[in-house]
Design a protein around this ligand. Structure first.
Ligand SMILES: Cc1ncc(COP(=O)(O)O)c(C=O)c1O
Length: 377
């Protein structure tokens, strides 16, 4: 019996503490966390800079809502924008789905159109708006009420014919790297073609970088790591607060100029503690060269698994999918028996690595050796 609503199929592990890239369980095991707390802890667990930032902020100004000005919020917005030539404003919210809801809301209001085109293999969150534009069928099937189908149009990753993006479309919303759907990268030049088509028909181009943003792909913005697009809006969450719940919608100056008071809003979003965590996470990622390190992590995974028959590594930086000839559940269980925690994906044969950006290459070597052993390679 549990007092919790049984909505998660949890692993049989009671985690009691976490430091760096290691988890400790109630029965005294130490696990290597290559799932990075679900892509949420880019600096690993209990990073001292985050601990200091959070405790100092709590002692100084723990919370106030958006009814007052707070320097800590401005600083966090600047930290989020740092380095973008075309994104100019940030609206802080609490979760990835809420950031996507905000983007959908603005796109529909600003264009006066209703349809949002998304990827058939994409995932955008669990609240009704984000879920209604989520493509992955397993998630759509769980919606308890009929989804208004005219809200959504679908394209598939890399689809050359973009004519379904027409004048009825408010926005195209795309995961910069399809993560839950199995870790698939957009083909070179495809995101640029989608943006060009959006511009042709007056639709907005929105990237969901809830997983692929915040340096995970080797550049601060996922789209910088993937090509030359200049999205109208980008959503961020997961790694943004270094473990603290916070998400953001970033927009161009053009969109910012059209936003009116109270059309978006939240009580908790952009609270001082969340913002202190955002600024500190961004500072450490930039100062410690962690965006270069995630590319070294990727290269080490690829080298370590090179030449194994039937194994394919997909993705970029610290967002990697590993397809093997065996069901991912079996492979993950065998890795867990070797004290290595990895993540699942929507593909039956693909597991995911979403490690902390601070993960040393020696830990990656331990993983690739263990996976070779599991696969008998
Ligand atoms: C690409 C993407 N978008 C949106 C979401 C929803 O984020 P949240 O769970 O914070 O609402 C997720 C969560 O996994 C995601 O991976």
């Amino acid at each position: 019996m549990t007092a919790l609503l049984p909505v998660y199929p949890r692993l049989d592990l009671d985690v009691v503490s976490a430091q760096g890239i290691e988890l400790t369980t109630a029965d005294g095991r130490t696990l290597l966390d290559l799932y990075g707390a679900h892509a949420v802890c880019p600096l690993g667990h209990a990073h001292p800079a985050l601990h200091d930032a959070l405790t100092r902020q709590h002692a100084t100004l723990d919370f106030y809502s958006n009814s007052l000005r707070m320097a800590v919020q401005e600083e966090a917005a600047e930290a989020v924008l740092g380095g973008s030539a075309h994104l100019a404003h940030v609206h802080f919210v609490n979760s990835g789905t809420e950031a996507n809801e905000s983007a959908i809301h603005l796109a529909r209001r600003l264009t006066g159109r209703t349809r949002i085109v998304t990827l058939a293999e994409g995932f955008h969150g669990r609240t009704l708006g984000s879920l209604s534009v989520t493509g992955l069928p397993g998630y759509r099937a769980r919606v308890p009420v009929p989804i208004p189908e005219d809200w959504r149009g679908t394209i598939t990753l890399g689809q050359p014919d973009l004519s379904s993006i027409d004048e009825s479309v408010a926005a195209v919303l795309i995961e910069s790297v399809v993560s839950l759907g199995g870790v698939y990268m957009p083909p070179d030049g495809w995101l640029e073609a989608v943006q060009a088509r959006c511009q042709e028909v007056g639709a907005l181009f929105i990237l969901d970088e809830v997983q692929g943003g915040v340096g995970r792909l080797g550049r601060w913005w996922g789209h910088e790591a993937l090509g030359t697009t200049t999205p109208d809006m980008v959503t961020l969450a997961k790694s943004l607060g270094g473990g603290f719940p916070v998400a953001a919608l970033a927009t161009t100056a053009d969109i910012g100029a059209k936003v009116t008071y109270s059309e978006l809003g939240t009580t908790f979003g952009g609270g001082p503690m969340a913002c202190a965590m955002v600024s500190t996470t961004a500072r450490v990622i930039r100062e410690e060269g962690l965006m270069d390190h995630v590319l070294a992590i990727e290269a080490r995974v690829r080298d370590g698994l090179a030449g194994i028959e039937g194994v394919e590594v997909r993705g970029k930086g610290a967002l990697l999918g590993i397809q093997t000839p065996r069901p991912q559940g079996e492979v993950r269980t065998a890795l867990l028996a070797r004290d290595i925690l990895t993540g699942a994906s929507g593909e039956p044969d693909t597991l995911r690595l979403l490690p902390a950006y601070t993960t040393p290459l020696s830990a990656i070597d331990r993983f690739t050796a263990a996976l070779r052993e599991v696969l008998g390679a």
